[in-house]
Design a protein around this ligand. Structure first.
Ligand code: URA
Length: 436
């Protein structure tokens, strides 16, 4: 087989065979196929597309390019969850201990944040001493013992995707539905869970800006997972404004703790409950959404979910006393309000500008080696549809110094627009998709 012929076939709109896809992925992972041929093929895929069968083959080939995590030593149905990411998305921090307290084994690999969105691993490091590089054996043993562990993604998880994603990033070939779906699902399949619940974001702060595209991506990923023998469900949820009120690592951890205490913001609580219900359904812990919601509420009300978070933090070396007493978390030096420049209603909050404002404060990563300030960020006091008066606080910014506050406040104000007539923010949950 020659790479030249594979590229030419796809360029001319042909359908690649499983052998041709495996040949490409194996050769590229080993370094036998050069970047220029891989970029030519991804560009050909970008223009000619791939059908369902090709997309599944590409996903499986990438999932097989490194280690596949074997979770068979953990009893029960292992359910993983994945979010396509957004601003203020601290869902895993609350959801993982909540479903674990309902008896779903959570063996999750998570990533760090890059750019204007944060990562679960960075947020967890808000707990002093918390370790993410615990090794697979400890990870599995912990899930067997307490039902939950979250570790950093290993380099050996779908290395073909890692290499190809980096290449797509610099060759303008990221935004293709088949390539995105196969990239995400290759990592999920390699991570070994029996069932996967996806949270596909939609709106200005999401990868997919329109509901139509988000729905198509969700359906594509559900098809891939089902084709690979996994139980699948997906939710399309709003990311047209930040999720919840907190943005920034420690602030988001505190909001997740509040939510497990039953006092989180309404939108974030709704998302956690919706995804939690889907996880209990695929994990056979509930027979209906209502039954699942009752069980989740019970675990929040009787303190089991919060206790599971404490057990989890402690098991990975973190100081769990912060869960019961979040006031102990360090705070930024400057905590100051940003005031509304107008009367009326909040019409829009651009997620990318809020994310960039947090990045300006030092709360995110400009590049892989950036050091994050865990204390900085913002608490949104006004969200879309809320009435506001000129001079009233719209948010509280947590900054390390005056210069940081000024730069972040300027940027933050750019995120907001106001109107005289109230705009309805719309439903948080746009769609639910079930696998076969
Ligand atoms: N996230 C991924 O992991 N891969 C993509 O291609 C896009 C988003």
């Amino acid at each position: 087989m020659r790479m030249y012929d594979v590229i030419r076939k796809k360029r001319d709109g042909g359908k690649l065979t499983a052998e041709e896809i495996r040949y490409f992925i194996e050769g590229y992972t080993k370094g036998e196929i050069p970047d220029y041929q891989a970029s030519a093929l991804t560009m050909a895929i970008f223009f000619s597309g791939m059908d369902e069968e090709e997309t599944l083959e590409l996903t499986l080939a990438m999932a097989d390019s490194g280690d596949r995590l074997d979770l068979s030593s953990i009893p029960g149905i292992k359910v993983d969850k994945h979010s396509t990411g957004g601003v203020g998305d601290k869902t895993s921090l609350a959801l993982a201990p909540l479903v674990a307290s309902c008896g779903i084994p959570v063996a999750k690999m998570s990533g760090r944040g890059l750019g204007h969105t944060g990562g679960t691993i960075d947020k967890l490091e808000s707990f002093p001493g918390f370790r993410v590089d615990i090794g697979t054996d400890t990870f599995l043993e912990q899930v067997r013992r307490i039902g939950i562990s979250i570790m950093g993604q290993t380099a050996q998880l779908a290395p073909a995707d890692k290499k190809l994603y980096a290449l797509r990033d610099v060759t303008a070939t990221v935004d293709n539905m088949s390539l995105i779906a196969s990239s995400i699902m290759s990592k999920k399949l390699a991570a070994g869970a029996d069932a996967i619940v996806l949270d596909v974001k939609t709106g200005s702060g999401a990868f997919m800006k329109t509901e139509e595209d988000s729905l198509a991506l969700a359906r594509e990923m559900v098809k891939i997972g089902t084709g690979a023998g996994r139980k699948m469900r997906a939710v399309v949820s709003d990311m047209d404004q930040p999720l919840g009120r907190a943005v920034g690592n420690i602030l988001e951890v505190r909001e997740a703790i509040d939510t497990l205490n039953g006092s989180g913001p309404a939108d974030f609580t709704e998302l956690v409950m919706t995804l939690g219900a889907q996880m209990l359904l695929v994990g056979d812990k509930a027979g209906s959404e209502e039954e699942a919601a009752d069980l989740l509420r019970e675990k929040i009300q009787n303190g089991s979910a919060l206790h599971k978070l404490e057990e989890f933090i402690e098991a990975q070396g973190g100081d769990a006393s912060f869960v019961a007493d979040p006031e102990r978390f360090p705070k930024a030096k400057i905590i100051r309000n940003v005031l509304s420049p107008a009367d009326g209603y909040v019409e829009r909050i651009r997620c990318d500008e809020v994310g960039m404002s947090c990045l300006t404060l030092g709360g995110g990563r400009e590049n892989k080696d950036s050091v994050i300030d865990l204390t900085v960020g913002m608490i949104l006091k006004k969200k879309v549809g809320d009435p506001v008066k000129k001079g009233e606080p719209i948010a509280e910014i947590h900054a390390a110094d005056e210069a940081g506050f000024s730069a972040a406040a300027d940027r933050f104000l750019r995120a907001y627009s106001f109107s005289e007539v109230r705009r309805d923010p719309g439903e948080l949950i746009k769609a639910r998709i079930e696998g076969r």
